[in-house]
Design a protein around this ligand. Structure first.
Ligand SMILES: [Ca+2]
Length: 193
């Protein structure tokens, strides 16, 4: 139930489409993803459920999110959410972080800190690692951290030795979570709601 309306989402196996109903009438939702793994869940803990689709067969990974649209009493796709793979919410904020491998058997990767507001995404920080072993060089790899400036160019914030991740449980996963949870305030001025 949201604002007195009952929403049901179901997967229609005949058409291989997800159908969302409000009080038993079918809603037309633009760009509705057709992954059979989905649920209504309060992904960002604001007490309003989102319609969240998961990667097929990898339930831990969020594929895309539809936010509740109170004007149309429907759900609306968050613009460019696909640019932020596997998003995770930072508790009690409208901030999220992504993870994506960028090559070299997952040794190159990046994680983006971003905000979701009015069905739009906004990049506010970036961790980037390019740690592809190069036998010709004895390179000390780093985690490079950037922040978009007013014209959306990335400006360098700091670099940490890549070894830093070894001090965390779950390695880079623990580091990414901890870095964004502890540092997000340095990337945004108007922080949590
Ligand atoms: Ca919510």
């Amino acid at each position: 139930m949201i604002e007195g309306n009952k929403f049901i989402a179901s997967f229609d196996t005949t058409s291989a489409k997800v159908i969302v109903e409000r009080n038993q009438s079918i809603l037309k939702i633009d760009q509705l993803v057709t992954s059979p793994d989905f649920e209504f869940i309060d992904f960002d803990s604001d007490s309003i459920p989102e319609l969240v689709f998961y990667c097929i067969g990898c339930k831990a990974e969020v594929l895309t999110i539809f936010d509740y649209d109170s004007i149309n009493q429907s759900f609306k796709l968050i613009k460019n959410i696909e640019d932020f793979p596997a998003p995770k919410n930072i508790e009690k904020t409208n901030l999220y972080y992504s993870y994506s491998p960028t090559g070299c058997a997952d040794q190159n990767w990046e994680s983006k800190l971003f905000r979701i507001e009015n069905f739009k995404t906004e990049l506010i920080g970036l961790l980037r690692v390019e740690a592809c072993p190069d036998n010709d060089k004895n390179t000390a790899f780093t985690i490079d951290i950037f922040k978009p400036d007013n014209s959306n160019d990335l400006t360098f914030v700091e670099a940490l030795p890549l070894d830093t991740i070894n001090t965390y449980n779950e390695n880079k996963w623990g580091f990414i979570k901890s870095y964004w949870e502890n540092q997000y305030k340095a990337f945004t001025n108007n922080t949590p709601r």
